[in-house]
Design a protein around this ligand. Sequence first.
Ligand code: PMV
Length: 309
Amino acid sequence: MTTTARAHTNIALIKYWGKRDAKLILPYTSSVSLTLDDFYTDTTVSFNPELGSDQFTLNGTAQAAPKVTAFLDLVRAQSGRREFAQVASVNHVPTAAGLASSASAFAALALAASRDAGLRLAPAALSRLARRGSGSAARSIYGGLAIWHRGEDDLTSFAEPLPKTTLPLRMIVVMVDAGQKPVSSRQLMANTVATSPYYPAFVKSNEQAAAAMVAALAAADFTRIGELTEQSSARMHAAILAGSPAFTYFQPDTMAVWHTVQALRQQGVPAYATMDAGPNVKILTLAPAVPTIQKALSAFGGRLLVAAP
Ligand code: PMV
């Protein structure tokens, strides 16, 4: 049998940063995200008794992939299957965008591998499985808005969809640097948790922010949604910066875009900035404001991408 599945990438409005259990990937805080329709991964999985090992291709090129094998081991354990699998993934995330593709990658792998192994998992169980590949993948099981409940253990830490919003939300991705990130999120998260004196404050404020975000989304209060989004990102990056050794993903252009967003807002344009494990800036806005923001950032030319949920 061969099974193909598609999953879309997501951007956290309320961030996930830090694991309280690295093996199970249990987070210290809940997180809320927006899944983007334009960027996705298609993955085909085929468990095959004739294979002597797992095989993985990304965009047509064979790759050594210990993380894929470790993930397939989980699917084999859950399903009782013993065969190795052929896995072919194609990323439709513009490679230059520098957007995290691990979320869509592991969500697509969870969907395709579990189905191909004969498992028929409900969404929460799929989300728990995807979580084991990459935390943010737990949220990419769904389109639109999702909340990943931190939970207490493996069974209770999963994402769920949030009600559809009437707001015409848009994300403008500003590609500051398309290169490989200098430090993986996995490594840096562990460092922030272990060494940043600001980390406990981030956890406390972020958990409250997740609940506040659910309320703001339900009320379609864009100003509040934007403020919470910008704050969660700023507090995550402050905690990262305060770790030992001190570190930031930001580059000069990250801050230049950030200042432009602040200036736009002073002029009444609904725009809020959020950054992840890299220097690129994502601007949360509403559809009617997109042309104004594009114009203000025209210096970035072709390095602006507009995405919708
Ligand atoms: O899923 P990971 O391990 O790549 O971590 C993602 C971390 C952030 O993108 C910075 C925040 C988030 O919630 O997606």
